[in-house]
Ligand binder design. Structure first.
Ligand code: EPU
Length: 331
């Protein structure tokens, strides 16, 4: 987001052992520690971080098991997420191709259970390895241990700050991806006369759809979706549908439905507007771009204004999606 103050120290680690060593040294010096991957889904405060930022650069992508139907891959937490997606797509493996182009690293992916265009990390996830700062030991956590749900896991919930993820293991499928695909993806495939569905064509299509809707954080400072999509009870949608027959919704379970935050914000006529230096993105109103904000305080004021306008119109309270560097999340 290109906001926020400096950190006292930054340490790059390339092995789990280095990670443990840096963490223990920081502890001896009474310094708080925060681990970041790419940092693209993180908001820093104006007073910076009085402690040690660990940059997780642990590399490696390895095939660890292979049979007739699936291939198991283990990747280092510091690998760039999209390099892992490309690695799997190059080998015709399905399961994460729709998550092409998501910024960030492999180690960050489980924290918010990344997802896009009908897939989420939890769908292919087998286990992860990490350093447990509470017990000073290395652990392996299973799918059940991680407590995944929509854009959530134990790593941003009850266990925030406890584990540092050093490797992630996923099981990819050898089957060809089959429709129905996520609506905007299917629209793109149809509009471009792409009828041969395989992981390569899906990756290319996803990258093109993303380019249209989501600004590249390297060019325009942003953290992807700034708000989580709202999860509401079915009755609430039934009510809203009377006034907004075209409201887009996604089923979550028997009783709950997801309403895109971008749609809610757009209905409030905020798309394209600049509030306190933060611009509501034209392509998708769920994304905030740092247009001319100079401080975290500017961003916080913009966030509160958007939340309050949406709340007044829909009686729905949006929640911030990116994490905050102070270790807490605004929710
Ligand atoms: N919509 C609007 N106006 C907007 C934005 C969206 O009307 O300004 C409507 C669209 O027309 C569509 C629906 O809302 O009917 C869904 O929009 P879209 O497919 O663009 O996805 P989204 O719900 O806004 C989510 C994820 C994205 C992910 C896309 C595609 C969240 C918070 N966001 O966005 O993830 O790429 O689906 O799967 O769940 C991210 O996490 O940073 C991120 C970009």
């Amino acid at each position: 987001m290109r906001l926020g103050g400096n950190a006292s120290y930054v340490a790059e680690v390339t092995t789990p052992e280095q990670l443990q060593q840096v963490y223990q040294n920081a502890k001896k010096m009474n310094q708080p520690v925060y681990v970041i991957g790419g940092g693209s889904n993180l908001i820093a405060h104006d007073d910076g971080f009085a402690g040690v930022i660990i940059l997780n650069k642990i590399p490696g992508i390895d095939i660890i098991a292979d049979d007739t139907t699936s291939t198991t891959i283990r990747a280092g937490g510091g690998e760039i997420w999209d390099n892992l997606v490309k690695f799997t797509v190059d080998r015709n493996l399905a399961g994460i191709e729709a998550m092409s182009g998501i910024p960030g690293t492999v180690g960050a992916a489980p924290v918010q259970n990344i997802g896009a265009y009908g897939q989420e990390l939890a769908d292919t996830f087998i286990s992860l390895e990490g350093y447990d700062t509470t017990t000073d030991s290395f652990v392996t956590l299973s799918w059940e241990d991680c407590g995944f749900s929509y854009r959530h896991s134990i790593f941003r919930g009850d266990s925030a700050g406890r584990y540092i993820i050093s490797a992630v293991t996923l099981a990819l499928d050898k089957r060809v991806p089959e429709p129905p695909f996520y609506e905007s993806l299917q629209k793109y495939l149809d509009a471009n006369d792409i009828h041969e569905y395989n992981v390569q064509t899906i990756r290319v299509a996803v990258l093109a759809v993303r380019e249209n809707k989501l600004p590249d954080p390297a060019k325009l400072p942003n953290a992807g979706s700034f708000f989580k999509n709202a999860i509401v009870e079915q009755w609430k949608v039934d009510e809203l549908r009377k006034e907004y027959p075209d409201i887009p919704t996604f089923a979550v379970d028997d009783k709950h439905v997801k309403i895109p935050a971008g749609w809610l914000i757009e209905q409030c006529e905020l798309k394209g507007q600049v509030i306190n230096g933060m611009k509501v993105h034209d392509g998708n109103a769920v994304v905030l771009i740092n247009d001319s904000a100079t401080s975290y305080a500017d961003l916080a004021a913009a966030r509160e204004e958007i939340i309050s306008i949406v709340r007044d119109k829909f009686q729905i309270v949006l929640q911030q999606e990116p994490l905050e560097l102070n270790g807490s999340i605004n929710s």
